[in-house]
Design a protein around this ligand. Structure first.
Ligand code: IMP
Length: 470
């Protein structure tokens, strides 16, 4: 009875419906989201670098140093793992938000590397979430040991401690950046975490335990160095939105590596698409305006797990060599395959993408006729939508369509109409199969190696095209 009364009183305190309608949230400056629409390595780094010119703040909201974003500026190559690619644009603020798992060793290594090459990376340019979880040595160690334990069933992780750190977050035994800044608090919590991890390392994996005192001292010192960058990034982002700032959310990995919607268990441990932004960055969902997916003109995957359009042998080797398909973070050769229209359509659909960018079209030159996956088959069942309900998509038969290839080098072309007819036909047909407009085609690693086809930016963001980008 008492419970019932309490519910009634609570319900009565809600505002009446008309007042609710009047308080509907509307974003004063919707932000832009860019995410990987395949299994990662779609070339997001270059695109985010290119778009950064038009934004005030670039935000990472998930993943960790497992990502590897390569950017080439004036022939100089930059590889970033944790820091958003916007750091290469003077005056832009870059944020590592709460949903990212931060390895302080990797972050400081990256900061030092940028400083050595003359990039200003002070706290005015880099903000790190106080409530982001920290990746410690024990997470990296257990990542490697549990892969060894799994044997043939291993995921093929990047070994950066991602799964174990997010595991601690969910188990509520992790430490956050704020914990790292308070030496006593950090020591207590780190000791408790290490006690459990060391038991696992020693008793299950039969390996020497990690040195507790040494790690407590090491991480307290790292915390001190990172302290100036640590902030309430969620509050800063919400305030920035109110002030009309243009915010770009940078997704890492790809939608097929999403922990909920990807090829589980062969996925990473975070929500990689725009769905991860509100919780990962601490902002209202309505703040996300346009979402733009990035997908290669073909497909690759690194690590184990289902890859329906995978090719093997010489054909795969030619594609891998032409596209320099070796992991940015681990150097592993990437598995290669045909463009899979069923998979990309799925990735764009669940992310609400209004457009997508096709990257590395230049790589396909000289590779002969091109196959594109248009449907999957299982016995006499045909799927033209990605079958996310199946426990395992391995073993599905691919239905492909063959499109004539081209031999010309297209990396210098900046105008869609100048492309060889066959290359244009490939882009048009893939766009038709996917059913979402291709707003840009990338034909090389350099910033300017792009062909514009449609609108990327939010209508309120000023100039209408990407023409202003450097
Ligand atoms: P983890 O994120 O290191 O746990 O690795 C899980 C899976 O995601 C493995 O198959 C990795 O190869 C893959 N993965 C993680 N990060 C990336 C990335 O940035 N690009 C491509 N694959 C990735």
């Amino acid at each position: 009875m008492r419970y019932h009364l309490r519910v009634l009183r609570f319900a009565a305190s809600y505002p009446p419906p008309s007042a609710l309608a009047a308080t509907t949230y509307s974003s004063p400056m919707p932000s832009l989201s860019v995410f990987g629409a395949q299994w990662g390595d779609e070339g997001k780094g270059k695109i985010i670098d290119l778009l950064s010119d038009r934004v005030d703040i670039v935000v990472r909201y998930q993943g960790g140093a497992n990502a590897g974003h390569t950017v080439v500026v004036d022939g100089e190559k930059w590889v970033l793992h944790l820091i958003p690619s916007g750091i290469l644009h003077e005056g832009k603020v870059n944020m590592i938000a709460a949903g990212v798992a931060i390895d302080p060793v990797a972050l400081l290594g990256e900061l030092d590397g940028l400083k050595e090459r003359g990039v200003h990376v002070g706290p005015d340019r880099l903000r790190v979430a106080a409530n982001a979880h920290v990746i410690f040595e024990q997470h990296k160690r257990i990542d490697a040991l549990s892969e060894r334990w799994k044997g043939a069933g291993r995921i093929g992780t990047t070994g950066r401690g991602i799964g174990p750190a997010y595991g601690d977050k969910a188990a509520r035994t992790g430490l956050r950046m704020a914990d790292l800044l308070d030496p006593d608090h950090c020591a207590d919590r780190l000791r408790a975490n290490l006690a459990e991890k060391n038991a696992v390392i020693a008793r299950i994996h039969e390996e020497p335990p990690l040195p507790v005192d040494e790690l407590v001292d090491r991480y307290s010192a790292l915390g001190k160095r990172l302290a100036p960058y640590v902030a309430d990034t969620g509050a800063e982002l919400r305030a920035a939105e109110r002030a009309g700032k243009r915010i770009l959310f940078e997704g890492a990995q790809g939608i097929m590596l999403d922990i909920d919607h990807g090829t589980y268990p062969f996925v990473t441990s975070s929500n990689t698409g725009p769905g991860g932004i509100p919780s990962g960055a601490g902002v209202p969902p309505q703040m996300i305006g346009r979402s733009i997916g990035i997908a290669k003109a073909y497909c690759t995957r690194v690590g184990e797990g289902p890859f329906p359009s995978e090719i093997h042998g010489d054909e795969a080797e030619r594609l891998r060599a032409a596209g320099h398909e070796y992991g940015t973070t681990t150097g592993r050769p990437r598995r290669a395959g045909h463009f899979d229209a069923v998979q990309v359509r799925y990735g764009l659909e669940i992310s609400g993408a209004t457009g997508w960018i096709m990257t590395k079209l230049d790589v396909l030159a000289g590779l002969g006729d091109l196959n594109v996956v248009v449907g999957y088959r299982l016995g006499d069942q045909r799927f033209d939508a990605y079958p996310a309900h199946l426990a395992d998509i391995n073993g599905l038969e691919m239905e492909t369509e063959t499109i004539p290839g081209w031999t010309e080098d297209i990396s210098g072309i900046r105008d869609f109409d100048q492309l060889p007819e066959t290359a244009r036909a490939y882009v048009d047909r893939v766009e038709e199969l996917v059913g979402v407009p291709i707003v840009m085609v990338s034909v090389g690693a350099e910033r300017d190696a792009i062909i514009k086809r449609g609108e990327i930016f939010e209508p309120g963001w000023g100039a209408e095209t990407v023409g202003a980008t450097g």
